[in-house]
Design a binder for this molecule. Structure first.
Ligand SMILES: Cc1ncc(COP(=O)(O)O)c(C=O)c1O
Length: 298
């Protein structure tokens, strides 16, 4: 990871090496933290953050699920992120705000534990690269909606993702894919999935997934390309018979899928509709589409 100069930590800009926490930090032990993954892109008018308010809104929603009171307002965090980008003089970066139950008391109930908040950013290219990737359907099911709150971005949820990622890597695949507790297609360990069939776009309905901001972006921009998009329950058989498939998420952006288990999708190549969505997404995040400039914050 490429280090930058400063990290925002509990209201102050500190040196990268000084953003430290105690070993008895509550979240470190039990996974009750909340976080976001956001990207800033280089645009004609300078570095701009994509859908910043939507990400911060989700951060506060995730915190509310854990009854965590973030000791800063959404506006304060918004300002801190924009300042941090300027201070570190980066044009394009990945931004990671995180709020954790800190050091103060142990025991599972976090009530009364101080909440620490940090914002870290670093330059990070598309997480899974640009080429169509191989995907393994994992033996683990996606977190059950009655075991936790899947649409909250809670640190502990990512143990599920870690296990699936380790399994995929061991089997020689680049990424994994979860089915939900009913056996329908859910999502990747850190991104949502879409498929194209007969020129129409489909993505799993919400319920067992983190319905991402990129997923929302894709659903909205598909209309501009004249593509009908629909949320529905998708079986694995349907997905494997799809004309095209891709992942969508802040970290991976729009990432074509070339193979699911042993089944090639579109002969392992990026499909035309995926390419169109990917191109438009890149234009939007780089401030080249007037209609969507309000999604960018300088
Ligand atoms: C499990 C999971 N699903 C989907 C996404 C995609 O969400 P977004 O598009 O908001 O980055 C993420 C990333 O935050 C994720 O971790």
């Amino acid at each position: 990871m490429k280090e930058v100069e400063k990290i925002w930590f509990n209201g102050r800009f500190v040196d990268w090496k000084d953003a430290e926490i105690h070993i008895l930090t509550h979240t470190l032990h039990y996974g009750g933290g909340v976080f976001e993954g956001i990207r800033a892109y280089d645009t004609e008018k300078g570095s701009a953050v994509f859908r910043l308010r939507d990400h911060l809104k989700r951060l506060f929603y995730s915190a509310s699920c854990l009854e965590m009171e973030i000791p800063f307002s959404q506006k304060e965090l918004e300002k801190a992120i924009l300042q941090l980008i300027k201070i570190n003089q980066v044009k394009e970066c990945y931004i990671r705000p995180i709020a954790i139950f800190g050091y103060g008391k142990m025991g599972l109930n976090p009530k009364g534990t101080p909440v620490d908040v940090a914002i870290v950013l670093w330059p990070w290219k598309a997480y899974l690269g640009e080429k169509p990737i191989s995907v393994k359907v994992t033996k683990y099911i996606r977190i059950h909606p009655k075991s936790t709150i899947p649409d909250a971005k809670i640190t502990g949820h990512y143990v599920n993702s870690i296990l699936a990622s380790l399994e995929a890597q061991k089997a020689g695949f680049e990424e994994s894919l979860f089915l939900d507790f009913e056996g329908f297609v859910a999502e990747g360990p850190g991104e949502n999935i879409f498929m194209v069939k007969n020129k129409r776009l489909f993505t799993p309905s919400s319920g067992s997934i983190l319905p991402g901001i990129t997923r929302d972006t894709v659903l909205k921009i598909a209309k501009d390309l004249g593509i009908k998009a629909e949320e529905k329950k998708i079986t694995l058989e349907e997905l494997k018979r799809a004309d095209e498939a891709f992942f969508a998420g802040t970290a991976v952006e729009i990432c074509p899928i070339g193979r699911i288990d042993q089944t090639l999708i579109n002969n392992g190549r990026m499909g035309g509709i995926t390419q169109k969505i990917k191109n438009l997404y890149q234009r939007i995040v780089h401030g080249k589409e007037r209609k969507y400039l309000n999604w960018l914050q300088l």
